[in-house]
Design a protein around this ligand. Structure first.
Ligand code: FES
Length: 161
Protein backbone atom coordinates (compact mmCIF):
# COMPACT_ATOMS: atom_id res chain seq x y z
CA UNK A 1 0.00 0.00 0.00
CA UNK A 2 1.29 3.45 -0.93
CA UNK A 3 1.29 6.04 1.81
CA UNK A 4 -0.91 9.04 1.08
CA UNK A 5 1.65 11.30 2.71
CA UNK A 6 4.41 10.17 0.34
CA UNK A 7 2.31 10.84 -2.73
CA UNK A 8 0.90 14.08 -1.49
CA UNK A 9 2.50 17.02 -3.29
CA UNK A 10 3.86 19.77 -1.14
CA UNK A 11 2.01 23.06 -1.55
CA UNK A 12 3.70 25.71 -3.67
CA UNK A 13 4.84 27.85 -0.71
CA UNK A 14 6.23 24.86 1.15
CA UNK A 15 8.20 23.74 -1.92
CA UNK A 16 9.57 27.23 -2.53
CA UNK A 17 10.63 27.68 1.08
CA UNK A 18 12.17 24.21 1.08
CA UNK A 19 14.19 25.06 -2.03
CA UNK A 20 15.44 28.39 -0.66
CA UNK A 21 16.18 27.07 2.83
CA UNK A 22 17.96 24.10 1.26
CA UNK A 23 20.09 26.36 -0.90
CA UNK A 24 21.54 27.77 2.34
CA UNK A 25 21.98 24.31 3.92
CA UNK A 26 19.30 25.19 6.52
CA UNK A 27 21.72 27.67 8.10
CA UNK A 28 19.79 29.72 10.67
CA UNK A 29 22.28 32.57 10.27
CA UNK A 30 21.03 33.00 6.70
CA UNK A 31 17.52 33.96 7.84
CA UNK A 32 17.64 37.45 6.34
CA UNK A 33 18.92 36.16 3.00
CA UNK A 34 16.25 33.43 2.99
CA UNK A 35 13.57 36.07 3.58
CA UNK A 36 15.03 38.32 0.86
CA UNK A 37 14.94 35.45 -1.65
CA UNK A 38 11.36 34.57 -0.74
CA UNK A 39 10.25 38.20 -0.88
CA UNK A 40 11.75 38.43 -4.34
CA UNK A 41 9.94 35.23 -5.33
CA UNK A 42 6.49 36.07 -3.93
CA UNK A 43 6.51 39.87 -3.86
CA UNK A 44 5.82 39.90 -0.12
CA UNK A 45 6.20 37.73 2.96
CA UNK A 46 2.81 36.28 3.80
CA UNK A 47 1.93 34.62 7.08
CA UNK A 48 2.16 31.28 5.29
CA UNK A 49 5.70 31.99 4.08
CA UNK A 50 6.85 33.17 7.52
CA UNK A 51 5.38 30.09 9.18
CA UNK A 52 7.07 27.78 6.67
CA UNK A 53 10.41 29.51 7.18
CA UNK A 54 10.04 29.20 10.94
CA UNK A 55 9.28 25.49 10.70
CA UNK A 56 11.82 24.56 8.04
CA UNK A 57 14.67 26.67 9.42
CA UNK A 58 13.70 25.74 12.98
CA UNK A 59 13.70 29.35 14.12
CA UNK A 60 10.95 30.66 16.43
CA UNK A 61 8.14 32.40 14.52
CA UNK A 62 8.56 35.45 16.76
CA UNK A 63 12.15 35.85 15.55
CA UNK A 64 11.17 35.42 11.90
CA UNK A 65 8.35 37.94 12.27
CA UNK A 66 10.59 40.41 14.13
CA UNK A 67 13.11 40.40 11.26
CA UNK A 68 10.41 40.55 8.56
CA UNK A 69 8.68 43.49 10.20
CA UNK A 70 11.82 45.43 11.16
CA UNK A 71 13.53 45.92 7.81
CA UNK A 72 12.02 48.22 5.19
CA UNK A 73 13.19 45.82 2.49
CA UNK A 74 10.51 43.38 3.57
CA UNK A 75 6.80 43.72 3.05
CA UNK A 76 4.15 41.69 4.80
CA UNK A 77 1.50 42.84 2.35
CA UNK A 78 1.44 42.46 -1.44
CA UNK A 79 2.70 45.50 -3.31
CA UNK A 80 1.54 47.07 -6.53
CA UNK A 81 3.32 46.65 -9.86
CA UNK A 82 4.69 50.19 -9.54
CA UNK A 83 6.25 51.55 -6.37
CA UNK A 84 6.05 55.29 -5.73
CA UNK A 85 8.14 56.67 -2.89
CA UNK A 86 7.63 60.26 -1.79
CA UNK A 87 10.43 61.65 0.34
CA UNK A 88 9.29 63.03 3.68
CA UNK A 89 12.77 63.90 4.92
CA UNK A 90 13.27 67.32 6.46
CA UNK A 91 14.72 68.96 3.34
CA UNK A 92 11.93 67.67 1.11
CA UNK A 93 9.36 68.40 3.79
CA UNK A 94 10.20 72.11 3.84
CA UNK A 95 10.30 72.19 0.05
CA UNK A 96 6.79 70.88 -0.35
CA UNK A 97 6.70 67.09 -0.13
CA UNK A 98 3.36 67.12 1.77
CA UNK A 99 1.78 68.88 -1.21
CA UNK A 100 3.50 66.47 -3.61
CA UNK A 101 2.19 63.48 -1.65
CA UNK A 102 -1.29 64.98 -1.60
CA UNK A 103 -1.20 65.57 -5.36
CA UNK A 104 -0.14 61.99 -6.12
CA UNK A 105 -2.63 60.62 -3.65
CA UNK A 106 -5.42 62.61 -5.31
CA UNK A 107 -4.33 61.57 -8.82
CA UNK A 108 -4.43 57.91 -7.83
CA UNK A 109 -7.54 58.34 -5.72
CA UNK A 110 -5.96 56.47 -2.85
CA UNK A 111 -4.63 57.10 0.63
CA UNK A 112 -1.06 58.45 1.00
CA UNK A 113 0.29 55.07 2.03
CA UNK A 114 -1.03 51.84 0.61
CA UNK A 115 -1.72 49.86 -2.52
CA UNK A 116 -4.40 50.55 -5.10
CA UNK A 117 -7.20 48.01 -5.38
CA UNK A 118 -6.12 47.06 -8.90
CA UNK A 119 -2.59 46.35 -7.55
CA UNK A 120 -1.17 48.85 -10.02
CA UNK A 121 0.47 51.26 -7.54
CA UNK A 122 1.91 51.21 -4.05
CA UNK A 123 2.39 54.66 -2.59
CA UNK A 124 4.90 54.97 0.25
CA UNK A 125 6.79 57.65 2.10
CA UNK A 126 10.50 57.44 2.89
CA UNK A 127 12.77 59.42 5.20
CA UNK A 128 15.43 60.46 2.68
CA UNK A 129 16.33 59.45 -0.85
CA UNK A 130 19.82 60.93 -0.61
CA UNK A 131 19.41 63.87 -2.99
CA UNK A 132 18.11 66.48 -0.57
CA UNK A 133 19.23 69.55 -2.53
CA UNK A 134 16.91 68.70 -5.41
CA UNK A 135 13.78 68.15 -3.31
CA UNK A 136 11.01 67.54 -3.07
CA UNK A 137 11.82 64.21 -4.62
CA UNK A 138 9.65 61.30 -5.69
CA UNK A 139 10.93 57.92 -6.83
CA UNK A 140 8.87 55.83 -9.23
CA UNK A 141 10.13 52.30 -9.88
CA UNK A 142 13.69 53.34 -9.08
CA UNK A 143 13.76 56.56 -11.12
CA UNK A 144 14.06 59.83 -9.21
CA UNK A 145 12.08 62.93 -10.15
CA UNK A 146 12.98 66.30 -8.61
CA UNK A 147 10.27 68.90 -8.12
CA UNK A 148 7.90 67.25 -10.58
CA UNK A 149 5.06 69.46 -11.76
CA UNK A 150 1.54 67.98 -11.61
CA UNK A 151 1.58 67.60 -15.41
CA UNK A 152 4.84 65.62 -15.17
CA UNK A 153 3.40 63.42 -12.46
CA UNK A 154 0.33 62.70 -14.55
CA UNK A 155 2.50 61.61 -17.49
CA UNK A 156 4.68 59.44 -15.26
CA UNK A 157 1.69 57.73 -13.68
CA UNK A 158 -0.14 57.27 -16.97
CA UNK A 159 2.91 55.65 -18.54
CA UNK A 160 3.09 53.14 -15.67
CA UNK A 161 0.74 50.41 -16.89
S1 FES B 1 15.22 64.80 2.50
FE1 FES B 1 14.39 64.21 0.60
S2 FES B 1 16.07 63.40 -0.46
FE2 FES B 1 16.85 63.85 1.48
Amino acid sequence: MVSKTKNKKLPKVSRAVSKVVGSYQKDKDMLIQVLLDLQSMFGCLSQEVLTEVSEQLEVPITQVYRIASYYKAFSLMPKGRHIIKVCRGTACQVRGSPRLLGTISAMLNMKPCGTSEDMRFTLETVKCLGCCATGPVVEVDGTYYAKPAPSDLRKILESSK
